[in-house]
Design a protein around this ligand. Structure first.
Ligand code: HEC
Ligand code: HEC
Length: 280
């Protein structure tokens, strides 16, 4: 083959295509060889230092003693140290003081998220958005008040707003009039509102009384919201809320958590809910 090489004296391998396309026999570039040997050395070094080669009963452990789980635990210890520092600080502080400190608030909110998911989300929704029969706690419209101390009390002691059933006290026409007045947003203008003593709980201007948790009847925010809102209002007027003498009465009980959660946990939840709802 070499004899009829049309390009003699050249370091080609004798493989020639298309008359003049030759395969040459040059050594690889120097930098390439260095990288080649270095990578082999690196593998050897790595195998000595770190766990690597699998065997029948285990694997080589490497002389550094590094393990993935060890690295994970170290990370965890670090997190635990930061956490412990925050927790100690929180213990001596009121919810209000926590809210005044941005770093501590962020920590508290992050750590209360799980508590909220476990204890509150089933009724109030995962973001406090509420649900049929359960109030929204992610807005600034409060039945009982949005001061962080009030929220803390609500969680600790529970709440149960009571409105007596009025079915036996009002004629159908009166229910219709009162319901229409509530829907209009200004029930106080309806003479029956005073006559039938609605004002005693909902206040003379019908904006609600937070001590009783009586809903504000002048805003368009509905505590009991249904597709047919007029029918919903009539239902509440006729059968009341938590009135045990009326089987059709609405049930609205916020359970007490004072005996289920620690004071520290409740404090965190109060901060969390306060931040959800833009406070008072
Ligand atoms: C079993 C269902 C249920 C669970 C669980 C529950 N709640 Fe409630 N919550 C209610 C109901 C119902 C009300 C309204 C009570 C009323 O109308 O008188 C309420 C009211 C509230 C209010 C007052 C809202 C306002 O407008 O003043 C807050 C704050 C609140 N809940 C926070 C929480 C937190 C925090 C948790 C978890 C620790 C929680 N709730 C768990 C049913 C629940
Ligand atoms: C003894 C106190 C009391 C009296 C009297 C009372 N209410 Fe109420 N009412 C409440 C409370 C408390 C709530 C909120 C219940 C809850 O959310 O747990 C409420 C809720 C309502 C709601 C539901 C509002 C919503 O946003 O869905 C309507 C409507 C209403 N009342 C109308 C009336 C009318 C009309 C009268 C007069 C006939 C009246 N109430 C008398 C305490 C009272």
């Amino acid at each position: 083959m070499a004899d009829n090489n049309p390009f003699p004296g050249e370091n080609n391998t004798g493989h020639i295509w298309d008359d003049n396309l030759r395969e040459l026999d040059n050594p690889p570039p120097r930098w390439w060889m260095i990288a080649f040997w270095a990578s082999i050395l690196w593998v050897v070094g790595y195998a000595i230092l770190y766990p690597m080669i699998p065997g029948l009963t285990g694997y080589t452990k490497g002389i550094m003693g590094w393990t993935q789980i060890g690295e994970y635990r170290e990370g965890l210890d670090e997190v635990e140290m930061v956490r412990a520092e925050f927790e100690t600080q929180l213990q001596g502080m009121t919810a209000k003081e926590i809210l005044a400190n941005e770093g501590l608030s962020s920590y508290t909110i992050a750590s209360a998220k799980v508590l909220f998911g476990d204890n509150c989300a089933a009724c109030h929704g995962s973001n406090g958005q509420g649900g049929p029969g359960y109030p929204v706690i992610a807005d600034d419209d409060w039945l009982y008040g949005g001061a962080v101390e009030t929220i803390e009390q609500t969680i600790t002691n529970g709440r149960m707003g009571i409105m007596p059933a009025h079915a036996k006290l009002l004629s159908e026409a009166e229910v219709d009039k009162l319901a229409a007045a509530v829907m209009s947003g200004n029930p106080a203008a309806e003479p029956l509102y005073m006559e039938k003593a609605c004002f005693a709980c909902h206040g003379p201007d019908a904006s609600g009384m937070q001590a009783l948790g009586s809903a504000n009847l002048t805003d368009a925010v509905w505590r009991f919201s249904e597709a047919d809102q007029l029918a919903s209002v009539k239902q509440t007027i006729r059968h009341g809320v938590n009135d045990t003498s009326d089987p059709l009465s609405r049930e609205a009980v916020m359970p007490k958590f004072g005996d289920r959660l620690s004071a520290g946990e409740i404090k965190k939840l109060a901060v969390y809910v306060y931040k959800l709802g833009g406070g008072q």
